[in-house]
Design a protein around this ligand. Structure first.
Ligand code: SIN
Length: 294
């Protein structure tokens, strides 16, 4: 399956932010049947992240606020410089402004197949959603990064906005090759014995099955209004979930919370393939199908 001029053996990717950043782990994810890898977000310099607790398991999903911990782009380059994968390797990056994004993008350009701009972390003060909610900033960062590298640039959007289509259009107008929708929803949880928020950072990002309907709505709306391909992310845990996203317009899907079971890539991609065989469809034929059958 060809998307962003890259060849994906199947449409089921590891979504950003879930697992670590070691080359060993990326090789393992490839062996386990992922169609592509999106790394944890990498910044210009090392970042420790927030203090614990950084994650809460809820009955219906997860709430996390890690604080974008990462070793910085230079260390990350050392880690991946000899990495050789047969599946597309997409590096997620974050920065505080377009200059920082461009610097990181240029350093990584020769070591990955595409970049995903994280404009959507729901609780980082001057990063992420704080910039991804402003369509002018989204346009500028996308345009500046696009101008400075030759590889595809994908923009990951936040659902924490009034109108996600407007932001998706800004990314498209800035030259983005694709959109990833969605990052987590800003949320919190309370410990009633301690009588305070559970997360050290108070606010976190809600992920897992409970956000699937929100993510589907975003993918559906974006697909109907932009021309570039969409990667659907948000609560996907089964082949049926993935098919729903594809029928809403996703060309590829990303697995986040459900990736704690590493068999999930194979299970979902085989399930999608069986569905297509049974219905006598190609994958391409069902992309966006549900947006047309109204
Ligand atoms: C985190 O590191 O806290 C989450 C990153 C993200 O939501 O983009």
């Amino acid at each position: 399956m060809r998307v962003f001029e890259l060849e994906f053996p199947n449409p089921v990717l590891l979504a950003s932010g879930v697992l670590g950043i070691s080359s060993y782990l990326f090789k393992r994810i490839e062996k386990l049947g992922a169609g592509g890898i999106v790394t944890k977000s990498i910044g210009i310099s090392p970042k420790k992240g927030y203090e614990n607790p950084t994650i809460v398991e809820l009955d219906y999903g997860f709430l996390n606020a890690m604080g974008l911990p990462n070793p910085g782009v230079d260390y990350f380059l050392e880690e991946i410089k000899d990495l050789s994968l047969k599946i597309p390797f997409i590096v997620s990056i974050f920065g505080k402004d377009s200059e920082e994004f461009v610097k990181i993008a240029k350093k990584l350009e020769n070591y990955c197949d595409a970049l995903e701009l994280n404009l959507s972390c729901p609780h980082a003060e001057s990063y992420g959603m704080a910039i991804g909610q402003d369509e002018k900033i989204v346009y500028k960062i996308t345009k500046d990064v696009k101008k400075s590298v030759e590889i595809p640039v994908i923009v990951k959007l936040t659902p924490n906005v009034n109108d996600i289509v407007r932001i998706a259009r800004s990314a498209e107008n800035g030259g983005a090759d694709g959109i990833t929708a969605i990052n987590t929803l800003k949320a919190l949880a309370i410990d009633i014995d301690m009588e305070k928020p559970i997360l050290k950072n108070v606010y976190g990002g809600l992920s897992g099955r409970c956000i699937k309907p929100v993510a589907l709505r975003c993918v559906y709306d974006i697909y109907k209004n932009v021309k570039i391909p969409v990667i659907g992310v948000g609560g996907i845990a089964s082949p049926e979930d993935a098919i729903e996203f594809i029928m809403c317009g996703a060309s590829l899907v990303g697995i986040g919370s459900a990736a704690r079971d590493l068999n999930v890539f194979k299970d979902i991609s085989e399930g999608v393939e069986n569905f297509l065989k049974k219905k006598k469809y190609t994958l391409k034929e069902i992309i966006g199908k549900a947006t047309k059958n109204i």
